[in-house]
Design a protein around this ligand. Structure first.
Ligand code: PMP
Ligand code: GLN
Length: 387
């Protein structure tokens, strides 16, 4: 249908998210899809049984704006058990429609036109559009290839009186790097005495390898009182399509968050909140996730060792970066598309996570897959690259 409206686009340069682009291309080409991050295996039936039971029991009407009390209690208990901070069930936790909405809402609640928000490149693709939608400016710090550690000296130089927020993400997508307790102390030094809000994206909080412990901002005595911490059940319970997550933070920050949340989403799907509250009671389900994914990471890395890709360290998340330098002269985006079409394995080019398209000839593989999927991908890679 034609429209008579002459559109002056608010986002003339915004394309479609790379995850949609690559998953669509993978489907078109019949490629093994190791691009967009989602499991290709099922969650436990107990979770679905619980959801069904609550639906049949009539729990199908609006939940309270902040989330059902059963789920808020379960979240608060989990956070207290893991990180030692007990948030208030009434005023310091909000259930969201996934982490993406939580991040967008937090940015909208605190960032005004002209404010600056420091993000770290490579930066997860939803942060900057959220900042720009509300009229803020993204200011870029760098996580340097190949170890992707933050340079706090650089961050110090980027802080100005206009800095309203710093967004951190650990375990980090796409690099699999982690912030350590020492990193958090340095961040605390930098923001002390300022009104900078920290937005901490911790959706992979349960996926750390080799015995590493997650340094949650929830557990940092100085940072927690100025932070909104985001998590997502999609990652933890293999249900990315349910789109449920949550935020925790001090009451005064949460009150601002909810001012936006209530008129943006109002409230999240009720039966799944009840199912999740019940499912969370067994802590082994989230505590066992690291071992579960470490097995997959190690399995995938062993397979990849039979190909000429050079693997970068992977300390957390379900993503593995690999350098293809020496295998192809193509830029990473063209390489990812070529791999999808010609090799039959879809990956994510890492340059899309840089404002200037910085290209270190690195692509991201998602290993949240069944072993047979990973084996099929490795076979295709060997066929294409091993002579
Ligand atoms: N942040 C990061 C770092 C992610 O990787 C993702 C999704 N993969 C999200 C946020 C969004 O999570 P959700 O699907 O719950 O919106
Ligand atoms: N966060 C997932 C990834 O990094 C994808 C989520 C999405 O498609 N927006 O692959």
């Amino acid at each position: 249908m034609e429209t008579p409206i002459r559109i002056d686009s608010r986002f003339p340069n915004m394309g479609t998210t790379i995850f949609t682009v690559m998953s669509r291309l993978a489907a078109e080409c019949g490629a093994v899809n190791l691009s967009q991050g989602f499991p290709d295996f099922q969650a436990e039936p107990a979770l679905f049984d619980a959801m069904h039971r609550y639906m049949l029991a009539g729990r199908n009407q609006y939940a309270p704006m902040a989330g059902l009390p059963e789920l808020r209690q379960a979240i608060v208990d989990k956070v207290a058990a893991l990180y030692g901070t007990r948030f208030d069930v009434e005023s310091e936790v909000t259930v969201t429609a996934g982490a993406t909405q939580a991040i967008f809402t937090a940015v909208a609640a605190f960032v005004r036109p002209g404010d600056e928000v420091i993000v770290f490149e490579p930066v997860y693709d939803s942060y900057v559009p959220a900042i720009e939608t509300v009229g803020g400016t993204a200011v870029y710090a760098q996580l340097q290839f190949p170890d992707y550690a933050p340079d706090w000296g650089q961050v110090a130089r980027l802080i100005t009186p206009k800095t309203r927020m710093i967004i951190v993400n650990s375990p980090h997508n796409p690099t699999g790097s982690l912030l350590t307790a020492a990193d958090l102390d340095k961040l605390a030094d930098l923001v002390r005495g300022t009104d900078i809000v920290i937005l901490s994206d911790e959706v992979y909080e349960h996926i750390l390898f080799d015995g590493e412990r997650h340094a949650s901002l929830c557990g940092h005595a100085e940072l927690a009182p100025r932070s909104i911490v985001v998590s997502s059940f999609g990652k933890t319970y293999h249900i990315t399509g349910w789109k449920i997550g949550y935020v925790v933070g001090p009451a005064a920050l949460m009150a601002e968050f909810r001012k936006v949340h209530q008129f943006n989403v109002f409230t999240v799907h009720a039966p799944s909140q009840l199912a999740l509250a019940e499912y969370m009671q067994d802590a082994s389900r989230h505590l066992g996730l690291a071992a579960f994914y470490q097995e997959k990471r190690d399995f995938f890395r062993d397979l990849m060792a039979t190909t000429p890709f050079r693997l970068l360290p992977c300390r957390g998340t379900y993503f593995q970066l690999a350098s293809y330098a020496g295998l192809s002269d193509l830029p990473d985006r063209a390489f990812a598309e070529w791999m999808t079409r010609e090799v039959g394995v879809a990956v994510i080019p890492v340059s899309v996570f840089y404002a200037d398209g910085k290209d270190d000839r690195v692509v991201r593989f998602c290993f949240a897959k069944r072993e047979e999927t990973l084996i099929a991908a490795a076979e295709r890679l060997r066929k294409a690259f091993v002579r």
